[in-house]
Design a protein. Structure first.
Length: 233
């Protein structure tokens, strides 16, 4: 038989036996246990209720709740009111400013159309020359058809692409105007296409654009159809 070795508790310095796991006086777990021959090894080890308690973030309820902005709500499919921006500082593009921007755009389109028409004329003339012919009244119908279709495609592409990409044409950029949707972001290409088709459809009546004069948000009929607004930056 080996004599039991007497040690001291590291907490209260009370005498303890080397085989003990807990101090009999203060109940602290003994940290200086050693393995001795003849001392039985405890069969199981268990944690106390205090040790089994998982760590929980005490500040879990301190997170701030925030509401979605209008733009975020629109991206998640919510309906945002097509009214002035949340700050109430929207400045609508007026009739005369918009008319001047449109005039600048028409000048740009006329310049591009002239370049395109000159290239089409040269190409058509070269094509007829390869067959021993020249441009005349009898064979110019096809040339006029090509120029008309080219002008329509150029005009539609100019307004649809530039409005769909950034909400601004060259004229609007020069005069500080921008087309926006209900979420105050540039319109989609689909909206820009609808806006262009509506503008062409209402153009013969003229009142579609003149509606900007007395409408409270300075919107033409094509803006109402496409759900767009023209604002000043």
């Amino acid at each position: 038989m080996f004599a039991e070795k007497i040690l001291k508790c590291q907490n209260c310095e009370a005498p303890v036996v080397a085989a003990d796991e807990l101090c009999g006086k203060c109940g602290a777990k003994l940290l200086h246990r050693r393995v001795f021959m003849g001392v039985p090894k405890p069969e199981s080890f268990s944690l106390t209720a205090q040790e089994n308690k998982p760590e929980v973030d005490e500040d879990a309820g301190g997170d701030d709740w925030q509401f979605l902005t209008r733009a975020e709500l629109a991206r998640f499919g919510g309906q945002t009111p097509p009214t002035p921006d949340p700050l109430g500082a929207a400045r609508w593009g007026g009739f005369f400013r918009r008319a001047n921007a449109l005039a600048i755009d028409h000048c740009v389109i006329a310049l591009l159309s002239s370049i395109m028409g000159a290239m089409a004329y040269v190409g058509y003339k070269v094509g007829l020359g390869a067959h021993g012919q020249v441009i005349s009244g009898d064979n110019s119908t096809a040339l006029f058809a090509i120029l008309t279709l080219g002008w329509l495609g150029l005009t539609a592409g100019y307004f649809i692409v530039m409005h769909g990409l950034g909400g601004q044409t060259i004229g609007k950029r020069l005069l500080g105007l921008r087309v926006v949707g209900a979420d105050w972001q540039p319109p989609s290409v689909r909206q820009a296409a609808i806006r262009w088709l509506a503008a062409v459809g209402f153009a013969p009546m003229g009142i579609g654009f003149l509606w900007v004069l007395w409408q409270s948000e300075k919107r033409g009929w094509h803006d109402i159809v496409a759900r767009t607004w023209v604002v000043r930056e």
